[in-house]
Design a protein around this ligand. Structure first.
Ligand SMILES: Nc1ncnc2c1ncn2[C@@H]1O[C@H](COP(=O)(O)OP(=O)(O)O)[C@@H](O)[C@H]1O
Ligand SMILES: NC(=O)OP(=O)(O)O
Length: 320
């Protein structure tokens, strides 16, 4: 089979500078990434696409809360808000890819798989929410909201402002993995584990039920990459390169780093939880479970990054 590349599109990378949750703005961002993905397919690679939903699931949750407060509409549970973002973003990616392939006269099929991802109900992350969702706020705005909703938790997110956080258990099993594998083998470009997958737990009777949380899409992508034996993992996000001393005057962008160097930077605390750390941990996990290379970059640099002219590349050096 041709080499398999997994491209994980960051939720924040689909939200434009103006911060508006405009579906049209988001579709334009999706279309730009679709061009790069079509280039990869044209070069003979098999591609699986995953995506985040951090901003979008938070917007959806807030819409539901406001509709409840203002108009008495029933609230939408967080797990369903996540499922809705998986469908909504998956629809945009699927459509953008189909249109891009058609424009180029490429005979390539695309399918989005609604993906449930099993988590452990006793995962300690349920008691310690770390996943930032929705909009960025100033400290004053966050304090104001906290007075109104004492149970909400906010964190400072990588110098970009304060965001509400929700529980983010680790993915343990991709329920629809066989369907995803079958579609890949049949030559489809598959969009899967959107938003990290819809979090579900198994009951004593072995049936699945949804649970309120947002799984980190980087961890879910790494698990999928392992299960479908991908060769390369590409994570697109808001920065062209991973940095050490991020946001400090001595910030330094990283181009090629080994597993050992990456672990050293993790130990030195260069990557915050909830933003860059999950990407780095997922990358290390992917490489240690048999993957060949990882690229982290922004959507604009994707094409150059694949040719090793941009982005951060985490590589196995000396057969490590
Ligand atoms: N060490 C670092 N190097 C580069 N970016 C970092 C670093 N630490 C934090 N960041 C921030 O983390 C962001 C990526 O996390 P996030 O926006 O949550 O991801 P996603 O694109 O998956 O939504 C980057 O755009 C950047 O603002
Ligand atoms: N679910 C998730 O990890 O989304 P982001 O990549 O947008 O943070």
């Amino acid at each position: 089979m041709k080499k398999l590349v997994i491209v994980a599109i960051g939720g924040n990378s689909l939200v434009r500078e103006n911060g508006r949750d405009s579906v049209q703005d988001q579709y334009e961002a999706v279309c730009e990434t679709a061009v790069n993905i079509a280039d990869m397919v044209a070069e003979g690679l098999n591609v699986v696409v995953t995506h985040g939903n951090g901003p979008q699931v938070g917007f959806g949750l807030r819409r539901s809360e406001i509709a409840n407060e203002v108009a008495g509409m029933p609230e939408v549970p967080l797990v369903n808000c996540g499922a809705e973002t998986q469908g909504g973003i998956g629809y945009q990616i699927q459509q953008a890819l189909i249109n891009e392939f058609a424009k180029r006269g490429m005979n390539k099929k695309v399918a989005t798989v609604i993906t449930q991802v099993e988590v452990n109900p006793d995962d300690p992350n349920f008691k310690n929410p770390t996943k930032p969702v929705g909009s960025f706020f100033t400290l004053e705005q966050a304090e104001e909201m906290k007075r109104e909703h004492p149970d909400w938790i906010f964190i400072e997110d990588s110098g970009r402002g304060y965001r509400r956080v929700v529980a983010s258990p680790k993915p343990i099993n991709i329920v629809e993995k066989d369907a995803i594998k079958t579609l890949i083998e049949a030559g489809f470009v598959v969009v899967a584990v959107g938003g990290g997958g819809i979090p579900v737990v198994k009951t004593e009777k072995s049936s699945y039920v949804g649970i309120d949380a947002v799984i980190d899409k980087d961890f879910a992508t790494s698990l999928l990459a392992e299960q479908v034996q991908a060769d390369t993992l590409i994570i697109t996000t808001g920065v062209s390169k991973v940095c050490i001393h991020f946001g400090q005057p001595n910030q330094q962008a990283l181009e090629n780093i080994s597993i050992e160097e990456t672990k050293q930077y993790v130990a030195e605390g260069h990557f915050p939880p909830g933003s860059m750390l999950p990407k780095i941990e997922a990358s290390l996990n992917f490489l240690e479970k048999g993957g060949s290379r990882v690229i982290i970059t922004n959507p604009e640099s994707l094409k150059d990054a694949i040719q090793e002219k941009a982005g951060t590349h985490i590589v196995k050096k000396n057969n490590s």
